[in-house]
Design a protein. Structure first.
Length: 646
């Protein structure tokens, strides 16, 4: 997003009341819960301690404005330290949450039982404050296990970059991808995917895929082994769609669709099939030729007891059976996380599906399991996070376990599965915790009372080690030994000015941090800070090198990990951020001998897009993609070699 008068905002601070007024105007015709009325948002804002750069507030509040209009509530729990990160449900009246102690997920026995849960939720005035991440927008990709190093995932030959993913071995959709020959780019119109011949910087549009007007492409996948392109879309329900629900009290407004194309002939992509499910698109994953699709379905208020289609999600226009619906660990819920799996070789049918009745949450997907979590306040400002675990294997979804931990998660990078156990870094009131759960989500161990008065801003796991950053006025980086699940240990703590919002392993002995530089006394942000930490000795982590980009007000890495290109084998680091003149892209390399960052490329990004900026490389050419504009640069010299407007 481009904003005018950024320098003035930087000097004078961001005016929160302006955004509150905009929320009030935009929500005039939108029914929202009392807890989200502008006057209550204003009250909450005044109670937050402003620690970080105005840019984070700007993104979070701007997202809230858009979300209220579309009926999706966008908010941030705690200190508002990331503008658009994962779900933390907040109870506006601080009422204590009644949480089941059962370790088994309860499956609905009847539609009537589901109906009662929904009606209880409708009578709960404290419901409905959700933080939305868009597409899990936060922090860095994760290693998952062993000594796997995650980066902006590379092709096995290192010839081209792939989407920067949360979990190594599990692919994610994006707005731009490459197969090493062609660039695939979603246009700003949201309905077209252009296929561009990269041509070593000599760009030429080759073909395109355009969907009908009721589709809005959110992300897409390229499966080179199977020659498939899968477009994941938001789809407006047509009259024909709603005629299938004749006699019901409500009509679906939107649903999520996955549309698969055969791209064996790159000039003539052929549509092969489509699946749909109720709700707005949340996220997706792909593993072993199966797509896992996540959407959020809000029942609304017009539910009719004897008509389940008014309060039960639809998959391929059929109401889900009660045996596929997981009831919440609390006594109420009126949102569903709908999960479907699709074998992309059979793209017109779902392999399996489940729905999780909830009050709003987020998920982390490991190589074997889906962890759905939601957090909320209890009495005395204490927080608790509930977790539900669903295993997946070749499209089959199986309910596994549920549990709970003290505190809330900063984002999906604050939890990680390793050898069957789940490790979590959480914040509760004025303390931080390390917790390890077993495969049944029973607690194995915990470390409490860490970094009193500070808040976790970013986290990373690598095998038997974990790292997390907290912030108040300086940036403590904690290293944790997780080799013995029964006895986790804090190995070291490094304090430096500023904070890291994004962490990324740069080989086995280095950790890259992207955040903000701050004045040590005042805490005022002074520019984007790039840090290389030496983690070769986990008990003595060192700040090896730092580069401050003082012309950037903030980095997209803070809320969109897919915007970062970090490849230790290629030795390139690409990131975008906000500058006085709009948006800029930096390409850096790291000189290990001299222990310093070197700038290859610093360019103002052309175009004006709200969909994000991507840096993709093929061999030695970098392609900076912003909306409908692609610009190519030589990665050795930084010299521009070509461009195209789609």
């Amino acid at each position: 997003m481009r904003r005018e008068n950024e320098q003035e905002k930087k000097q004078n601070g961001y005016c929160e009341q302006d955004m509150v007024d905009q929320i009030a105007r935009l929500s005039e015709n939108t029914e929202v819960p009392d807890s989200l009325r502008p006057e209550n948002i204003d009250r909450l804002l005044k109670g937050k301690k402003q620690k970080k750069h105005f840019h984070s507030y700007r993104i979070g509040l701007a997202a809230a404005c858009v979300a209220v209009v579309t009926g999706i509530i966008v908010w941030q729990y705690g200190s508002l330290h990331h503008g658009m990160i994962d779900s933390k449900r907040v109870s506006a009246d601080n009422a204590e949450r009644k949480i089941s102690g059962s370790r088994k997920i309860r499956i609905a026995e009847s539609y009537d039982e589901i109906y009662k849960y929904i009606k209880r939720s409708q009578g709960n005035e404290g419901i409905a404050m959700y933080a939305r991440s868009g597409n899990e927008t936060s922090a860095a990709a994760d290693t998952g296990s062993g000594n796997e190093t995650s980066a902006a995932a590379m092709d096995a030959d290192g010839g081209y970059s792939q989407t920067n993913v949360r979990q190594s071995g599990v692919d994610e959709g994006d707005i731009a991808k490459t197969d090493g020959t062609y660039l695939y780019v979603r246009e700003d119109n949201g309905r077209t995917i252009d296929i561009v011949d990269a041509g070593k910087g000599q760009l030429k549009k080759y073909s395109e895929i355009t969907l009908e007007k009721e589709y809005a492409i959110q992300e897409f996948y390229i499966d080179t082994d199977r020659n498939k392109l899968v477009a994941v879309c938001q789809k407006e329900c047509t009259d024909a769609d709603n005629k299938k629900q004749v006699g019901t009290a409500v009509r679906q407004q939107t649903k999520t669709a996955a549309v698969t194309y055969d791209i064996s002939d790159i000039k003539k992509p052929v549509k092969e099939g489509e699946v749909t499910q109720s709700g707005t698109y949340n996220s997706s994953r792909m593993a072993d030729g199966y797509l896992y699709l996540f959407s959020e379905y809000y029942t609304g208020s017009n539910v009719v007891k004897d008509k389940p289609v008014t309060y039960v999600p639809m998959v391929n226009d059929k109401a889900m059976s009660q045996s596929s619906i997981c009831l919440p660990p609390e006594n109420c819920g009126m949102m569903y996380e709908v999960i479907s799996s699709v074998d992309i070789s059979k793209p017109d049918e779902t392999a399996d599906h489940k729905a999780i009745l909830s009050e709003g949450g987020q998920m982390y997907v490991s190589k074997k399991n889906i962890y759905y979590y939601e957090s909320g306040w209890q009495q005395d400002n204490q927080t608790v996070t509930t977790l539900r675990k669903i295993s997946y294997n070749k499209g089959k979804l199986k309910v596994a376990a549920q549990g709970k931990v003290k505190g809330y998660l900063n984002d999906t990078f604050s939890l990680d599965e390793y050898k069957g156990n789940l490790r979590l870094f959480t914040t509760n009131n004025d303390e931080n915790l390390v917790t390890i759960l077993d495969k049944k989500l029973d607690k194995i161990s915990t470390i409490e009372n860490l970094a009193k008065g500070e808040t976790i801003y970013s986290a990373r796991f690598m095998g038997e080690s974990g790292y997390f950053v907290t912030y108040e006025q300086v940036d403590p980086l904690f290293s944790v030994d997780l080799s013995d699940p029964e006895k986790p240990k804090i190995l070291g703590k490094l304090k430096i000015p500023g904070f890291s919002e994004y962490l990324h392993f740069y080989g086995e002995d280095r950790l890259l941090g992207i955040g903000m530089s701050t004045d040590e006394e005042s805490g005022v942000a002074e520019g984007v800070k790039i840090t290389m930490f030496d983690i070769s000795d986990r008990s003595d982590v060192k700040e090896e090198s730092t580069l401050v980009l003082d012309d950037l007000y903030g980095s997209h890495a803070a809320y969109d990990y897919k915007s970062v290109l970090a490849d230790p084998e290629k030795n390139v680091i690409g990131l975008s951020g906000y500058s006085q003149n709009g948006e800029s892209y930096y390409l850096l390399t790291y000189n290990r001998t001299d222990r310093k960052f070197e700038t290859i490329l610093q360019e103002e990004v052309n175009g004006n897009t709200s969909q994000g900026i991507r840096g993709i490389y093929i061999e030695d050419t970098l392609y900076v993609i912003s909306g409908n504009i692609i610009e190519a640069y030589d990665m050795n010299t930084g010299v521009k070699s070509g461009d195209i407007i789609l």
